[in-house]
Structures are given as C-alpha cells and as structure tokens.
Design a protein around this ligand. Structure first.
Ligand code: MSP
Length: 531
C-alpha cells in the first residue's frame, strides 16, 4: 500500500426505498468529477458510494410491496442503483451496502466501544419524528399542515406529517461536544462549505446540542445493539459509519490509515447536520481524525420544492441521457447551477445550453479543425513555424484556463466556475479562428501562407488537446472521442494519464499526428420527447 494517504471522496449512501432520481445523481456526478479530477492530478484517489438499507423507511416500503426488506434492497441495488451509476460512468472504487457483514460487524464494535467508554447511556425520549428524514425534530423545525394535512404538524423538508414517538432507548452524549465542535469549526474555516451552510451549522450548535437517541426498539430492521439486542442501532449512526467501515476500520489497519478520514464528504444540504455535527462528534468520542471538508450542495427544485420521488414530474435521469447523451447530462447541472445553491431544471434551458455551448462552441470547433487539417494537410498535423502575437494570446488564455479550472474544480468545488473557465477558452479559440480565417489563408499557395495556415491549425489542434484533457473528468466519452480524432494516443499515451495541471504545456501534440474527422461530439437534438 502507498505511504501517501489517498484523496478520499464520498457521496451520501442513498436510501433504497426507491430508484435513484435526478437529485441523487446530481451529488453523485459532482463527486465523480471531483474524484476524476484528483486522479488526473496524479493523486491516489479513493471514491466511495453505496446504499443505506436499514431503518423504518425501507422496512415500510418493503412491507407495502409484500417482500422482505433485504429482498427489496437487493432488487433496488441490482436493478436500479448500480446500473444507473454504470450508465453515468461513475468511477467509484467501492460500493458499500449497510447490510453487508463487513459493515454491520464493525458498526457493532464501534458502538460497543463507545458504550464501554461511557459515551452511551439508557434514557427515555418522546418527540415528533419524521420517518422520511429518519430524525427526531425539534418543535421549531415543524410547519403547520394545510389541505389534506390541516391541523397536523409537518416536516419542513418533506411536507409530510411527523409522528410522535415515545421510546426508551440509548443515548449518545452529543451535548458534551458542542464546544469542541465550535472550536473545530473556528480552527478550520473550510470545514463546512458553502459559507451559508457553515453559518447554519454554527448557529445550530451554539444554541446547545441535545443528546442523541442512537437506538430503536419498536422495529428490528437494523443492526442489533450488541449489549441489548432488543434494540437496533439508529439508522443514521449505522449509515454514517459506512465512511469508516468501507475503508477498513477495525479490520484492515493499513488500508484505514492510508485512506481515512475523507478529504471531502459531498452531501445535500438536507443532511448537512448529520455530517457536520453528529459524525464529527462520533469521531471525537472515538479519538479518530475528522474529515477535511463537508461540502453541501443545494437542492434541485421542482415547482419551488425540493425535488423528490413524489414531485419529480416523472423525469428520470435516463429520460435526459437518452435525449441529450450521458456527457451532456453530466455537464448540465454542474454548469447551470452554482454548486451549493438551489436550482431548477427545464428542458428549454438544457436544450438552449446544449445547442449553444456544447454543439456550437465546443463540438463545431472540434469538427472544423479536424476537417481543415484533413482538407489542407491530408489529415497529418503540420509543423507550426510562424507563431505570432495571436498564438501567444491563445497560449496565455490556456494557462489561465488551466489554473482557474484546477483551483475551482479540484480545490474549491466550484464546478460551474471551473467549467466556465474551460469554455471561455473554447470561445477564445473559436474567436481566434474567426479572426485568422484559415479558409482564406488556404487559398494563397505561397510558402509564407502555408506556414501561417499550418500554424493556425496547429494552434487550434493543440488547444483542443488541452480541452480534451481538462474536460475528461466531466465528459469522459466526449474527451475519448476527441482524443481519438486528434490521433493523440500514439504519442501522448492514454487520456486518463494526462495531468490536468500540465495541460497548458504547449506543443505536446507532435507534427505528423493523424487527425481524423471522428464521431460528432454533440449531435443535433431530436424533437423533445412527449410524455
Ligand atoms: N441515506 C441518507 C444518507 C446517509 S449518508 C451517511 C439519505 N439518503 S437519500 O437517499 O435521501 O439521499 C439524500 C441525498 O441525495 C441528499 O443529501 C443529496 O445529496 C441527494 N439529493 C436528493 N434529492 C435531492 C435534490 N432534490 N436536490 C439535490 N440533491 C438531492 O439521506
């Protein structure tokens, strides 16, 4: 095993009560782009996703469908979750399921250890519980129901009635960790992103934390509490531990030390507190290191509400990929919405951006350059011998794009800013071709004009070489096509081995490279399918 700790990225592990929707895919694609970006920096990366399979929500869904919860989870994982991630080219290194023994054994050990250390005690609790959040709510977090729910208190996130639960169960002394957590947030200003998420958590913790009920005794779909098997471990404690159990906690010390803790946990803002309050407190109680960053993404909205399985208006990720293609899908949400902010999806917006930014700006640039090298130089990249100011400006533009994209995507998780930096460069190269008019230069047979023409097309091809590298983490299929069309592999090697931070080094694509027209990167869209 490598001595250097891996760059460790996680998605939330998703509930298997239903198939994945656009919201789940949003966080997963963002995590994938981050993981791929760091791999292309040359780092050793560990990228984890998986499924959260215990708890009342899954149990009730399985019961309603007349199957056991395990059968239900198996079916959903095999038929819906894994296939979608494969379809979207998600490059996870592992897939953890909370019903796997490698997880459940370690969860029991972790909780037993906390019990032995005196961090857990038995107590009673009564309060409003949202099964969709799998969380007890405070009275201030509820809203008044209207219409069919008039007179009832609703969860503000799910807009569904809460239930009053009264149980005797085990409690983790979370209230003792408030000051330590606040000190950690103060010492690590980047621990929670974005700023608005950080402020929300800090304010919440400042108000004082209650101890956390970590077991349930009214149903049994969960990991048994080791010292009192009448109880199962609270599904959130079980779930959060996946980030440790999947990388060898208490099992493979070498792997654990080479991976844990996560550098970034990507989560939706709905589950921020679990990750930024409860999870770090659990780790502190156990003397384990805390993650580097909790990055909260905003919500994809429909009609002013968080997109969920009940208000999806029937659009599945596959409906969009079959129309726009997988790469455009991976690009769209990260391009259109500032990461951390809420955003909504519309066919019109996706179509307009696809046509102008992907097909016209990027796709046309690639096909024009390949066509001209074919026409004027028989498809063999010529030598650039007549560099001038215009070429210098392109080289400078590329350096800027690489620096910006590397910082924004790789460090700041500003996917939109990073994508824009690359696409601004694409625009700059298009502008360069428009100004240099190689199709006119080609009409002049003089040696000087031939040298200019060669230089212009080399500059454009070299720019595309860099764009293929920079966009590979985001749009791997398109980058593969472009890499092929540029004939880059024989001289430069595999695309995945190209370092993003070295993408601005100029003159990499050698003269003589075989440029072919290749597949169209972004085909014209068919008519929008009717529902
Ligand atoms: N099982 C828990 C997570 C446990 S992690 C230790 C859970 N699962 S979930 O299936 O409900 O997935 C929630 C996550 O899916 C959100 O945190 C977010 O990352 C993503 N999204 C679900 N709906 C979303 C939107 N409408 N918009 C953006 N992201 C959303 O919570």
């Amino acid at each position: 095993m490598d001595d250097v700790k891996a760059y460790y990225v996680t998605t939330p592990i998703y509930y298997v009560n239903d198939a994945p929707h656009l919201g789940h895919a949003y966080t997963t694609v963002a995590s994938d782009v981050l993981a791929r970006w760091h791999r292309q920096r040359g780092e050793r990366v560990w990228f984890l996703t998986g499924t959260d399979e215990h708890g009342q929500k899954i149990l009730r869904t399985a019961e309603a469908n007349g199957v056991t919860p395990q059968d239900w989870a198996d079916r959903l994982v095999d038929e819906s979750w894994r296939p979608l991630w494969e379809h979207l080219e998600i490059s996870n290194d592992d897939f953890i399921r909370t019903t796997q023994q490698r997880h459940t054994d370690r969860v029991q050990e972790f909780v037993q250890d906390l019990y032995d250390k005196g961090e857990i005690y038995k107590g009673g609790y009564e309060g409003p519980y949202c099964v969709h959040c799998e969380e007890y709510k405070l009275p201030g977090e509820l809203i008044d129901g209207e219409g069919e729910f008039a007179g009832q208190k609703l969860c503000a996130i799910h807009r569904k009635p809460v239930e009053i639960l009264s149980e005797e169960n085990y409690f983790f002394k979370l209230s003792e960790y408030g000051d330590k957590l606040l000190a950690h947030y103060a010492a690590h200003p980047d621990f929670i992103q974005p700023e608005s998420a950080r402020n929300e958590v800090v304010n919440f913790v400042r108000q004082g934390l209650q101890d956390l009920s970590i077991s349930r005794s009214t149903f049994d779909w969960g990991v048994p509490v080791p010292w009192d098997p009448q109880h199962v471990i609270y599904v959130w404690v079980d779930a959060l531990l996946n980030y440790a159990t999947a990388v060898g906690y208490n099992e493979n010390q070498e792997k654990f030390e080479a991976t844990f803790p996560a550098d970034v946990h990507l989560v939706g803002k709905d589950i921020l507190r679990f990750h930024a309050v409860i999870w770090p407190a659990m780790l502190m109680a156990q003397g384990l290191p805390l993650p580097g960053k909790i990055a909260a993404n905003g919500w994809l909205m429909v009609g002013g509400e968080k997109m969920s399985k009940s208000n999806l208006t029937g659009i599945k990720p596959q409906d969009l990929t079959s129309h726009f293609g997988v790469d455009a899908y991976r690009w769209y949400f990260l391009r259109a919405i500032a990461f951390g902010q809420d955003g909504s999806f519309s066919w019109e917006d996706f179509t307009a951006r696809y046509t102008s930014e992907l097909a016209n700006d990027y796709g046309n640039l690639a096909s024009r350059v390949a066509a001209m090298v074919g026409r004027y130089f028989d498809g063999a990249l010529p030598e650039a011998t007549a560099d001038g100011e215009a070429e210098q400006a392109i080289r400078e533009g590329l350096v800027k794009a690489v620096t910006e994209a590397d910082h924004r995507i790789g460090d700041a998780l500003d996917f939109q800013g990073g994508i824009l930096a690359v696409f601004d460069f694409v625009k700059q190269v298009n502008g360069y071709l428009t100004e240099q008019e190689p199709w006119k230069v080609a009409k002049d047979p003089s040696p000087e004009a031939r040298a200019r023409l060669a230089t212009i097309l080399c500059t454009a091809a070299e720019s595309l070489r860099a764009v293929a590298v920079l966009l590979n983490p985001l749009m791997p299929e398109t980058s593969r096509k472009l890499w092929d069309s540029l004939g880059a592999e024989p001289s430069l090697g595999a695309l995945a081995d190209q370092r993003v931070q070295e993408a601005a080094e100029w003159g990499k694509l050698p003269a003589g490279s075989t440029i072919t027209k290749g597949a169209v990167l972004f085909p014209r869209l068919e008519e929008k399918p009717t529902a």
